[in-house]
Design a protein around this ligand. Structure first.
Ligand code: FAD
Length: 289
């Protein structure tokens, strides 16, 4: 079933994983997936390195998810350094493997790049290309509740999101946002601007201090006072930090659910044990043995 159909019926629940580097084995991630399937996720998305750096491994992992029969695979895909011809080949390869859900992204520029160096400059162009030439795909696009860090204003970023919808996007997957009030403000803003497609909210679990800070800063996301307090109080003690961070994450998830969302997407960071503890605690899915 298409993810957008699920969203019409209930709160969609999903995970994100990232593929291993080509020189590393895939078995640990397959084992992680086996643990995540136990929560009966509606889909599992797999990241794609800008410039296709891990394209092969991404396809392997998406195929494993799809072939498991236990979830739907959603592949991330970027247009960085990609020609139309190569994109068409890669999209067909996904469809040939039964993978018909895609997150259409521009991608982050590799160090020193100021443009995509490919045939598409923005995600809306990729979205339009997919819609026109590969209509079997259900297409997600990225949304930024705190505005994309390169956008001059919320107004222009909202206009660009509306263009992605009008180019054929079926739903939005959000960038991490620790501030639920800010998320609600943004939803109101984009709805007023005519963005009406469902929103799948991405939650980044707070587990380790340095990556928590790094990921927020690199995406232009705020660290709210209560999270800053955890960093200040437990930053030198990884165990206490994780415990407080997990409690914080569980509270955030409840706040998002209460705010009324179409989907909850947990960035699993490939850490099935911590993620299982969080999901068990939020109680929205019981383990299926
Ligand atoms: P766009 O929508 O193209 O927007 C990029 C910037 O350009 C924005 O500032 C926007 O306002 C502006 N813009 C958009 N359209 C236009 C236009 N037509 N004219 C002028 N300006 C425009 N990156 C990866 O490399 N691999 C991944 O797997 C990955 N997964 C992600 C998953 C999620 C859920 C999210 C939210 C992001 C992910 N990213 C990933 C990061 C993403 O690639 C970056 O945020 C990137 O900088 C922007 O991608 P985008 O698709 O939002 O770009």
């Amino acid at each position: 079933m298409k993810v957008t159909e699920i969203m019409k019926q209930k709160l969609c629940f999903s995970f994100e994983v990232f593929p291993p580097k080509s020189e590393n084995p895939i078995e640990p991630l397959l084992n992680t997936l086996d643990h995540l399937y136990k929560f009966d996720p509606d889909f599992i998305s797999c990241t794609y390195g800008a410039g296709g750096t891990n394209a092969g491994r991404n396809v392997e992992i998406c195929k494993a998810i799809q072939d498991s029969g236990k979830s739907t695979a959603v592949t991330h895909f970027t247009c960085i350094g990609n020609s139309k011809e190569k994109i068409a080949q890669e999209l067909q390869a996904y469809l040939d493997r039964g993978i018909d859900h895609i997150l259409a992204l521009r991608g982050d520029f590799p160090k020193g790049w100021k443009e995509t160096r490919g045939d598409f400059n923005y995600a809306n162009e990729l979205t339009e290309f997919i819609k026109e030439n590969f209509p079997k795909f259900c297409i997600a696009v990225a949304g930024n509740p705190e505005k994309h860090f390169q956008a001059d204003s919320f107004d222009t970023d909202t206009t660009h999101l509306r263009i992605k919808q009008d180019s054929g996007a079926d739903f939005i997957m959000t960038q991490l946002c620790h501030d639920v009030n800010q998320y609600q403000w943004w939803v109101e803003k984009i709805r007023k601007a005519g963005v009406s497609i469902p929103i799948d909210v991405g939650v980044m679990p707070v587990l380790v201090k340095d990556p928590t800070i790094r990921m927020a800063v690199s995406n232009g996301s705020a660290i709210p006072r209560d999270l800053a307090e955890i960093i200040g109080r437990y930053g030198d003690n990884p165990e206490d930090f994780k415990k407080a961070g997990m409690e914080y994450t569980i509270k955030q998830i409840h706040k998002f659910i209460n705010a009324g969302i179409d989907g909850l997407h947990i960035y699993s960071l490939n850490k099935w044990k911590d993620i299982s503890d969080i999901v068990n605690e939020i109680g929205i899915r019981k383990i299926q043995e």
